[in-house]
Design a protein around this ligand. Sequence first.
Ligand code: NDP
Length: 446
Amino acid sequence: MKNAYLIELLETVKKRNAGEPEFIQAVTEVLETLEPVVEKRPDLVEAGVFERIVEPERQIIFRVPWVDDTGKVRVNRGFRIQFNSAIGPYKGGIRLHPSVYIGVIKFLGFEQIFKNSLTTLPMGGGKGGSDFDPKGKSDAEVMRFCQSFMTELSKHIGADCDVPAGDIGTGAREIGFMFGQYKRLRNEFTGVLTGKGLTYGGSLARTQATGYGLCYFTDEMLKANGKSFEGKKVVISGSGNVAIYANEKATELGATVIAMSDSNGYIYDENGIDLAAIKQLKEVERKRIKEYVKDHPTATYTEGCSGIWSIPCDIALPCATQNEIDGESAKKLAANGCFCVSEGANMPSTPEAIEVYFANGMLYGPAKAANAGGVATSGLEMSQNSQRLAWTFEEVDAKLKGIMQNIFASCDAAAKEFGMPGNYMAGANIAGFLKVAEAMKAQGCV
Ligand code: NDP
């Protein structure tokens, strides 16, 4: 980065948010790609948009006490970061994972601003979560935690103010418990959460949306570069919501998914992963992925996560967590002939990995564009809730596909307009930023 104004701003961000490396990483990436915008748009600098956009509008941290099955009191920490409401109510998921702290939630909330803007739907950026780990807890314990979490969160959210959704560790079960508690506390039935069950206001295709959307975006990127999913070998990390439906759509588009993982290790099967078995293991039985090899003799299981990137493949879809592909893993992917990395997870590639993608001429689909299908469909769930209507699966899926095609087109166009053709990361950051920046400027210094 050469621009003195941006260098100074980044220094301030680093000082003010010391001890939050993920947040600093996310801000650095965005500011670096906004250099040409700073040069072209002095009016946005004058309006203080850059200084304001890196500071959350509101940060809420709270105690979450609950009682476990043995009668012991447990205490977790809850977060909600209401980052930016320039273009709509705050919108973003709730992450339940032991690694959660303020820096993770802030990086996710910051990314969400640009992602939501790219969808073209009226949604601001927010994110929440807790260091609670649902793994190994009984349904009753998860329910008591979710009720306690929502007891405080309910004071800060609402259908026209802030609409949380799922993320790592927060699936249909957790959303159900949280929604039930919100309704009980507020005595109102509104679309305050998305990712709801189909019997109480959820949208068809929301479950599939992030994974399907990732493949729709990737397909557009491949086609624009004379390639396709047809006949390609695909490696997908994770085996949660995003990974499962990315597998389903990539397979439908003609690819073979040869590896998947969880936080303990990965499975590899050159004949293709049996997705029905993964769904049964992960969605129904909540078991570890290593169980898969018991009934699949051609598959192998390897302990540890990062080895998955040493498997030769054409396309890599990281769908687990942040910074899961480092520079070394990226080099292995490139050396083995992988020509495309498209991100289902948020910020799964380290800055060093991204450098390797560009240095090797690989196609790179950045998370805030490639995985925006989840929040886009959450936006569609909000529309259906407001209209008191439910659209068919086909209607929602067609809208999702259209949105992902538009997102690719705007990233591509912005990258070209600002002199970086083919750099979809810069394109996504610039296109996402400009809409929010115009709204912030128009609304004055707030
Ligand atoms: P899930 O909880 O359904 O699945 C997460 C998967 O990633 C699991 O297989 C999990 O393994 C693995 N994982 C989680 N943490 C780690 C870790 N620290 N190291 C290695 N593996 C890990 O979450 P989602 O599928 O919903 O989310 C996955 C990613 O996609 C996240 O980055 C999320 O922010 C992003 N995303 C999700 C959206 C959604 O709609 N759900 C929308 C946009 C982005 P294990 O079971 O062992 O923990």
